[in-house]
Write a protein that binds this ligand. Structure first.
Ligand code: URA
Length: 210
């Protein structure tokens, strides 16, 4: 079983993350680094997938060889920054099904409001990996996981690049059954809900917007 929180402390992940945090890193490099880290996080988050065996013939003999069991997994990008993780993971797991969840924060109620939702069929029979680089307050992440559970998902994991303690606590309270895999657990949120030390606005940095 994956722990509720896994911080991937591998030197390659940590080195690339430092480059991403640096304000001088270009948009292009930021995107490339995010793609690379997403694949290293995917390696970790797909540990313990169910396996079966298949009979194959090597050039020398027949063997029962291991293959992943079950229906194709589902990758769910939480818009828009989730798309920065999606590309790399999809490269590693090209047969995955893909869904999108769009949420914005109502300025009055501060609650997440859904503006887009399209997910693969039969989520109940798939490993579902929700993707969002920044687990900050955890409000939109928890709301996105609520929606996935309403669609039937039962085996969900959450991948992010950075997590704030506040977001981890929010997710643990709302979804203790959803393991989180991240590259770092940062110190706190600032008054604007940004992760500190963080890397700024992940969407702006990957898409070159402001
Ligand atoms: N979203 C971001 O893009 N950055 C943060 O620091 C927090 C939320």
């Amino acid at each position: 079983m994956l722990e509720h929180l896994t911080v991937v402390r591998h030197p390659l992940v940590q080195h690339k993350l430092t480059l991403m945090r640096d304000r001088e890193t270009s948009t292009n490099s930021f995107r490339t680094l995010l793609r690379e880290i997403s694949q290293l996080l995917a390696y970790e988050i797909t540990r313990e997938m169910e396996m079966t065996t298949r009979q194959i013939e090597t050039p020398l003999c027949a063997m029962q060889a291991p293959v992943i069991d079950g229906k194709k997994l589902a990758l769910i990008s939480i818009l828009r920054a989730g798309n920065g993780l999606l590309d790399g993971v999809l490269e590693l797991i090209p047969a995955a099904r893909v869904g999108f969840v769009g949420l914005y924060r109502d300025p009055e109620t501060l609650q997440p409001v859904q503006y887009y939702y399209k997910v693969p069929s039969e989520l109940e029979n798939r490993l579902v990996i929700a993707l969002d680089p920044m687990l900050a307050t955890g409000n939109s992440s928890a709301a996105a996981v609520d929606l996935l559970k309403k669609s039937g998902a039962r085996n969900i994991r959450f991948m992010c690049l950075l997590a704030a303690p506040e977001g981890v606590a929010r997710m643990k309270a709302a979804h203790p059954d959803v393991p989180i895999v991240t590259a770092a657990l940062d110190e706190c949120l600032n008054d604007h809900g940004y992760i500190v030390p963080g890397l700024g606005d992940a969407g702006d940095r990957m898409f070159g917007t402001k």
